[in-house]
Design a protein around this ligand. Structure first.
Ligand SMILES: C[S@@+](CC[C@H](N)C(=O)[O-])C[C@H]1O[C@@H](n2cnc3c(N)ncnc32)[C@H](O)[C@@H]1O
Length: 387
């Protein structure tokens, strides 16, 4: 496909996303009806769609409309290209832009704020303080690809060399001891023997860093209370001989975890809600709670535009309830790690303050907040100790 035809396809897919269809679904159904598109075409179209979702506010202004065409015209203008050169109507190129589709220019700062929904901005600025504008700018860019070396089975140096043999370039990161950032060949990662054999996992370095911040020791009984696919379980289990247990309110989310754990050389016991108390108490309960996902808006940009004030309030209520339910599962002297991939105080420090106020017998041991300025996604972890 010509570059202009890819832009036309992305515009068509974006129109469906703007009507409410999930981006992944819209991309898949488009690809099904477009057998002529090769893997490079599909990857380029996907990049256009996700770039537009990350920068939907600014691209709509630059392109003159919050439509698939407007967003694509805005994307081209943002990159310093004249959209008229692409919107020619020739072959499979999109039709020429109309007068109504003339966009306005934006400064870098204005573009960054246009890409934070208006209702979010006050909380965003209050939570991030002097970093707010820089973080808003960082959220406009694609997320880097980062992996976690499974230090049970390899080292960063050995894995770096192994990946280099497959044409994949990766650099060690400071943010986490097991993190590598992949700068070339990322699309090949999940087809390598190193991946098949569990020598690395796909995991953002911020996510790794908050797991590394939590101390673990051989023999400890550990519960990953909101385990989902098990990213945190696997990261914790790679560091010590733990008795690992995983739970999720939606148990089907853990369906791949036993196989993932086996590949990583670990064993995890899956627990239903009714079995938790019988298997407790635990030395460590890790609560990677459902949240706004604002720290990961580079990776999952649809969430930024779909989040509402009501949903944020619902999430903070669920988080409080998880803290209240998980805390009694911690043994006396044990630890509860509360983690989010949110940038908002309401889901982070304020949530912990409220828990400590209503729950005697607990104190905060430490707290860490990361933003995309640290090199990975935004994350928060508070570690609480039970008397
Ligand atoms: C942030 S995700 C977990 C991601 C996972 N820990 C990982 O690293 O791959 C949050 C998870 O919490 C689960 N969840 C939602 N409400 C819950 C509740 N009340 N109790 C336990 N888990 C819950 C969701 O089903 C979801 O899988």
């Amino acid at each position: 496909m010509q570059p202009a035809a890819r832009i036309a396809a992305a515009a068509e897919i974006l129109d469906r996303v703007l009507e409410g269809e999930a981006a992944e679904k819209a991309l898949t159904s488009w690809a099904r009806g477009a057998r002529f598109a090769g893997s490079k075409d599909r990857a380029a179209i996907r990049d256009h769609v996700f770039d537009a979702l990350r920068c939907m506010g600014s691209f709509a202004v630059l392109g003159g409309a919050r439509t698939g065409r407007g967003l694509m015209a805005g994307m081209l203008r943002d990159a310093g290209q004249d959209p008229a050169e692409v919107f020619t109507g020739e072959g499979h190129a999109p039709a020429p832009l109309t007068e109504a589709e003339t966009g306005q220019s934006l400064s870098d700062d204005e573009a960054a704020w246009a890409d934070i929904p208006d209702w979010v901005r006050p909380d965003f600025e209050a939570s991030l303080g002097l970093d707010a504008l820089a973080v808003a700018k960082a959220l406009r860019a694609r997320a880097p690809v980062q992996i976690r070396v499974n230090r049970r089975l390899s080292t960063r140096g050995a894995l770096q060399a192994e990946l280099a043999d497959e044409g994949i370039t990766a650099q060690p990161m400071e943010l986490a001891r097991a993190a590598l950032e992949v700068t070339e060949g990322a699309r090949k990662l999940q087809r390598t023997a190193a991946y098949e054999d569990g020598r690395f996992e796909m995991q953002d370095a911020g996510s790794q860093a908050i797991c590394e911040a939590v101390p673990v020791a051989d023999g400890q009984r550990v519960l990953d209370y909101c385990a989902g696919g098990g990213g945190k379980s696997l990261a914790l289990g790679a560091r010590a001989e733990l008795r690992l247990h995983a739970h999720d309110a939606a148990p089907q989310r853990m369906k791949d975890l036993p196989a993932r754990a086996r590949r990583a050389g670990l064993r995890v016991t899956l627990l239903d809600s009714d079995d938790l108390a019988a298997h407790g108490p635990f030395d460590l309960v890790f609560c990677d709670v459902p949240c706004s996902g604002s720290g990961a808006w580079r990776r999952a940009p649809e969430g930024k535009w779909r989040l509402t004030r009501d949903r944020l309030e619902e999430l903070t209520a669920i988080q409080a309830q998880i803290l209240d339910t998980a805390a009694p599962l911690v043994a006396p002297g044990g630890r509860l790690a509360y983690a989010t991939c949110s940038l908002f105080d309401a889901e982070n420090a304020a949530q912990i303050r409220a828990f400590l106020e209503r729950t005697p017998g607990w104190r905060q041991d430490s707290e860490r907040r990361l933003t995309p300025l640290d090199g990975g996604d935004g994350f928060y972890v508070s570690q609480l100790l039970r008397d």
